[in-house]
Design a protein around this ligand. Structure first.
Ligand SMILES: C[S@@+](CC[C@H](N)C(=O)[O-])C[C@H]1O[C@@H](n2cnc3c(N)ncnc32)[C@H](O)[C@@H]1O
Length: 229
């Protein structure tokens, strides 16, 4: 899987991708992360990438030309999807994340300031994606959320000590609670059922905990689970 990120702040992407599981996935060739800076594609000698909005109003708007030219320079495979990170997009979730693993290449457009000149959308026709109903200063953190969550679903990204089998959302529920050593901490005991080695009882306990948690914390998810499973 190859990620190409169009960003005015490539260091944000490169820095975050050089650590831990994502850093290792790059080292082992499971993914590659490439950045393209639209500022390198401006025709203006001051390398201007934004300007004031027509019609007035606060803030600066990202100009179409540097973004479209930068996008057109990215070499594309036959199995590429282009995402635009925007609070106006489709909410990102585990299903969208799973769908994205089917592509060989994901191109991600990161905005900044007031956002994109509308003609960037008209010309590139990206899939617009939001990571939640709040507004960040730029698309780099949202892009990293996509890169990180998609990458960890790819074969070979997670090592033996990490696993996503029982992760929240994988079976439509939130994950069950975890415990590790010691058996007692500040008077709080690990539930007895986890200590007795009876795997079918442990599985039953964990599923019940998943259901309890999801009902309490995410009744919306629980309703969907009830209807689908
Ligand atoms: C300050 S925001 C612009 C918000 C825009 N004025 C609006 O209200 O829709 C700058 C950039 O951050 C990114 N961004 C901010 N919040 C986001 C979110 N919730 N999901 C995805 N991208 C987001 C987008 O790339 C956006 O172009």
């Amino acid at each position: 899987m190859r990620f190409d990120v169009l960003t005015l702040f490539p260091e944000m992407i490169e820095g975050a991708c050089s650590h831990s599981i994502i850093g290792r996935a790059i080292e082992t060739g499971v993914i590659s992360v490439n950045t393209v800076n639209p500022r390198d594609y401006t025709l203006d000698k001051h390398k201007k990438v934004d300007d004031t909005p027509y019609g007035g109003g606060a803030g600066m708007v990202l100009m179409a030309q540097p973004y479209v030219d930068a996008y057109e320079e990215v070499s594309k495979s036959d199995n590429t999807i282009t995402l635009m990170m925007t609070p106006q997009g489709k909410p990102f979730d585990n299903n969208m994340c799973r769908d994205l693993t089917k592509y060989d290449q994901i191109i991600i457009l990161c905005g900044h300031y007031e956002g994109f000149d509308e003609r960037i959308r008209d010309i590139i026709k990206p899939v617009e994606v939001s990571i939640g109903d709040f507004v960040l200063t730029g698309g780099e953190l949202p892009a990293l959320c996509v890169i990180d969550s998609v990458s960890r679903k790819l074969d070979g990204a997670l090592g033996k000590i990490e696993s996503m089998e029982c992760d929240s959302f994988e079976n439509g529920l939130l994950e069950y609670p975890h415990y590790t050593k010691p058996r007692e901490y500040r008077g709080l005991e690990v539930p007895e059922v986890l200590l007795n080695g009876n795997h079918s009882l442990i599985e039953e306990y964990r599923l019940n905990q998943q259901i309890k948690r999801t009902k309490e914390r995410r009744p919306d998810l629980y309703e969907k689970y009830k209807n689908n499973f």
